[in-house]
Design a binder for this molecule. Structure first.
Ligand code: ZN
Length: 467
């Protein structure tokens, strides 16, 4: 009998790790880092509940670190089997996993220098070499629904999930584990996209399945009705009238490309004036190249721009800064200009150098376009603090602070129900995962209420026997 065990992504949105076992074979779906609160991050340091040597295959649904960032750790601990993922996800991970390793190494270094560790010396969870070893294990496929054999008796099909570039719905088929010795079908939603996003396609309809794992990040919330392009247009025009610089802190992969797309579109439609747009993040520039490479991920608007030889992610006066010197030169520019830089929550990166100069200026504007976690500099600014500490200096905040809440790569609960309505037959059970406890419970209740199907919230480390 096949079994599933929920080793993460339960009671929280991070640390997605699900183990499927059948007939002596073990397949891990997603291998994410726990992130956020210290008690969650501590879990990354406990030995994994499964022996990495016992795994036959790993599947990754998309590139976000909360779904992939534990992979170099299990590789360090001995996993050397195949890792199946979409080709766009693999491309993004070649940027993101080494970056995650650098952050781990910097954190260990910081702990050692400030003697903040009981371990002597503190070691990183993994190094850049471990990340590169993990990347060598990739076996890639397109998000086209064609089944791939991942282990004897196990097949996986990848379909567009519409969440970020490369994100997949994964249908796992297990021979001999179904009813009367037939095939068992288990669908993983991964992170499910928001319909009508720019750049990427809407989620593919769900294929029929016996079981499903469905994300529930927004299980108890709805997105604002005003589309982000309208809000961005208004906020940018107000900021341009003030005459000062405009800083947009944004995650280098995903949100930066969405912002570039929208600025280019607003310029093309003469809804904002053409301004210098500076992308100050080498990672963002690399990710932007990946965005143009994989045609199967693009929605029709994006594809038609490419056919017309127009770069969809290139505003009219765009500049990129690769070196630190180029980044510093940007500080000498005058007049309204838009600077897009990471990190999106101002927890590190080049955005901090810009913030030190821009926050004290009365005619400047900072626009937040993503979630700001508690304790971050970004959160302090959206909460209205008039002075923040950045790189050991106290910086006065005189500029205008704006936030746009409508950007989201996740379907809200109505979006999830819309997607589920594409199923022709009721699954035996839908497990709602990847949500805070209230959100996961609300999503399960809404599924049951609308369709009458069995939906339940699994517990951390719970094992469920299938059929
Ligand atoms: Zn995600």
């Amino acid at each position: 009998m096949a079994k599933v065990t929920f080793y993460g992504g339960v009671g929280t949105v991070t640390g997605s790790r699900y183990l499927i076992e059948h007939d002596g074979k073990n397949v891990l779906v997603d291998c994410g880092l726990f992130q956020g609160l210290p008690e969650l991050r501590q879990r990354n340091w406990t030995p994994p509940e499964f022996d990495p040597h016992s795994l036959d295959a790993v599947i990754l649904t998309h590139a976000h670190i909360d779904h992939t960032g534990y992979l170099p750790r299990i590789v360090k601990l001995g996993y050397d089997g195949p890792v199946f993922t979409s080709r766009a996800t693999a491309d993004l991970l070649k940027i993101l996993l080494p970056d995650s390793a650098r952050l781990q190494e910097e954190e260990a270094d910081y702990r050692n220098r400030h003697q903040l560790t009981r371990h002597n010396p503190a070691l990183p969870l993994y190094t850049e070499d471990d990340a590169r070893d993990a990347i060598k294990l990739f076996h890639t496929t397109a998000n086209n629904g064609v089944p791939v054999e991942i282990a004897p008796g196990f097949r996986a099909s990848f379909l567009v999930a519409g969440h970020i570039m490369g994100a997949s719905l994964v249908l796992l088929e297990i021979d001999g584990a179904g009813k009367d010795g037939g095939t068992l079908r288990f669908l993983f939603s991964g992170d499910l996209g928001h319909y009508d996003q720019v750049i990427i396609r809407d989620p593919a309809p769900p294929p029929d399945c016996d079981y499903m794992m469905c994300e529930s990040t927004y299980g108890d919330r709805l997105h604002p009705e005003e589309p982000p392009s309208i809000t961005l247009q208004r906020v940018l025009n107000e900021a341009i009238k003030r005459g000062g610089p405009i800083l947009i802190p944004a995650f280098a992969v995903g949100r930066t490309q969405e912002i570039l797309y929208l600025i280019r579109e607003l310029e093309d439609n003469h809804l904002i004036p053409v301004l210098p747009v500076i992308v100050d993040s080498p990672m963002a520039s690399q990710a932007t190249q990946v965005y143009n490479r994989w045609f199967e991920e693009h929605n029709e608007d994006y594809a038609s721009l490419l056919r017309a030889k127009r770069h969809p992610l290139r505003p009219h006066e765009m500049m990129t800064a690769s070196s630190r010197e180029e980044s510093k030169q940007l500080n000498d520019m005058r007049g309204p200009r838009i600077i897009i830089s990471a990190s999106g929550m101002m927890t590190g990166g080049r955005v901090l150098h810009h913030a030190i100069r821009i926050l004290p200026q009365h005619n400047a504007t900072v626009i937040f376009v993503g979630y700001q976690a508690a304790g971050t500099t970004g959160r302090k600014l959206v909460d209205g603090e008039r002075e923040v500490k950045i790189m050991k200096q106290m910086v006065p905040v005189n500029c205008h602070i704006e936030r746009i809440d409508s950007f989201s790569a996740h379907a809200d609960w109505k979006g999830v129900l819309r997607w589920l309505s594409g199923l022709k037959n009721a699954p035996k059970t839908i497990f709602t995962t990847h949500g805070e406890p209230e959100a996961a419970a609300a999503m399960a209740a809404r599924i049951h209420e609308k369709f009458g199907w069995t939906a339940k919230v699994p517990r951390l480390n719970e094992t469920v026997e299938l059929i």
